[in-house]
Design a protein around this ligand. Sequence first.
Ligand code: PLP
Length: 674
Amino acid sequence: MLRNITEERLIKRANNKSFLERYQNVINQFKREMGENPDHLWWNQTHPAHSGKLIAYLSMEYGIHASLPIYSGGLGVLSGDHLKESSDLGVPIVAVGFLYQEGYFTQKISSARNGWQEEIYREYDFNDMPIEPVLDEETGKHLIIKINFKTEIDVLVAVWQVKVGRITLFLLDSNIEENVPWYRDLTDRLYGGNTELRLQQELILGFGAVRLFEKLGIKPSIYHLNEGHCSFSSIERIRQCMKKESLDFDQALHKIRNKTLFTTHTPVPAGHDVFPFWMIELYFKDIIEEIGSDVLFALGSYDFGQGAGHGFNMTCLGMRTSLMYNGVSQLHKTVTEKMFFPLFNELKKKYKENFYQLTHITNGTHVSSFVSGIIQELFQLVNEDWLKTHDDPLTWQNQMLDRYVITDYHIWEYHLRAKERMFNRLRERSRENLRQGSWDTTMIIVNGALLDPDVLTIGFARRFATYKRANLIFSDIQRLKRIVNDPYRPVQFIFSGKAHPADDSGKLLIQQIVNYAKNPELGYRIAFLENYDLVLAKMLLQGCDIWLNNPLRLNEASGTSGIKASMNFIPNFSILDGWWAEGFTGTNGWAINPENKQEPNREAQDWLDAKSFYDILENEIVPMYYDREPGAIPFKWVNVMRQALLTTLPKFSARRMVKDYANQLYVNLLEKEN
Ligand SMILES: *Cc1c(COP(=O)(O)O)cnc(C)c1O
């Protein structure tokens, strides 16, 4: 931000008294928070025996802020929220990830005419990012870690750091002059490239994290691995144990296993990294010399069956080297248990009383990051301590339920303000892109310029993975036309999201929606917003009237965007999958196909779910939304909004989630003997 502001403007502001007062307030608040006595923070208060210990947290992506584009979707934003909340609670995490030179990608719709997603990669200027280099204590130069790919030349990675409040996140970057040219682009892109590049990145993350800690003298007591991407860290830890403590393989495995937690985040087999054995053999020659290929391969070997392939499975490596493991919702746990049934059987037989069942900790989202500023101000007026106690249901039951404290009028007015702000920003986006010549007039329409702020607005934004079924609402196009074009009670939809660069079926979904957006028969009441990111996400999650999610059931591990919407008084309208299977109460939103009726094939299931979507939308949602006297408030609707927030904010906050991780898993591992 500072680099984008002109000097002239800065000088002007420096002389503006009321601006300086506001600035000072923010800085003081920050200093107060950061200066808080650590003994007063939740972790040290609750688990004083473990103060001073460190928990390593590894993930391939982190969604912390739009200015640091090192995330692609839910997993990244969740990791970011985990760090933010750990900072708030004083949970002593030290995290490692990547600094990608080109990030994920910027989405460009080629033209409104063909609606095809193009990926634009730009080289980010790290000077524009809220990061700083980590310096080598001896030389005073940028710290560099070496990783060997079994060739003569080491890969060198520079280390950066971001301060997420009290938490340090280290980021690895191979794009440095000291590297040979063919290693410089290893960390260019998140989820780019082929299988071998992915393997190389995962080697850098897994080995790099362990070596970085060693170099800095950081001694994490336990490791929390998120997804298989970081499982190679276990192999490096085993190897170091064998070397430094002269243990044999089994002893070393036992030792690190007692100090490791693995969290799986995807219930779809294709979402788990699997490498061919020959590739593993190529990169692990020296370890194989020590322990033999059978032993190494056995750590990752898994066959999903049904032609999905046998190979070195990174999730299995993670779980075979972890004492505890968890899914990210109740349903996801059940699905994972089925998917990896032979693995859990094997572990149970092998470890007997030292075997732990798979558990679940349902995801949550970071409240002060996603609840809109004006709603936070409203809560502040009612209860100054609300943020400190926001995961306690009583905080909400006592005051927020009371219609004389936060009135229906408040809720509705605050919502309308957020909605208006969303439409203003959408219009500004259009104006800016039209002015710059990057969008033609059809693209302006596709991006929502003709949407009407007075109309019931349904939002759908997330990665365009096919199981999320972005096109479900177009299953019966005649019926949809009737719904959106109703002259008295119309409905409009806002879509946004990126498809993975290699996923043509995801791109086809985008193309389909762009086509509907410019189809006059749908009344220009469908929009597709280009280039979904954290900025757009927050805007939509605060400004729509309803948040829609219709994944193929049992395919969504948790989903978090619906939580963020509900925290902003925006009811969820979703399939009972992931968190919503636990969150839906009957009065805090709507369930699509509420009886979870199942059809034998995908096509029939889509049709059944779509029919339920139309039925509920037409018979319940639309009538309730428009049920109000002229100029008055839709009271029944506002009651659903109130329930959405009350039932979701405390229970699905990142605070509840991180406390669960700490109390149920971290503390157990910390207490485990080596
Ligand atoms: C919360 C969030 C997601 C996750 O959305 P789901 O609907 O849970 O898939 C993805 N991207 C961004 C930018 C988010 O903020």
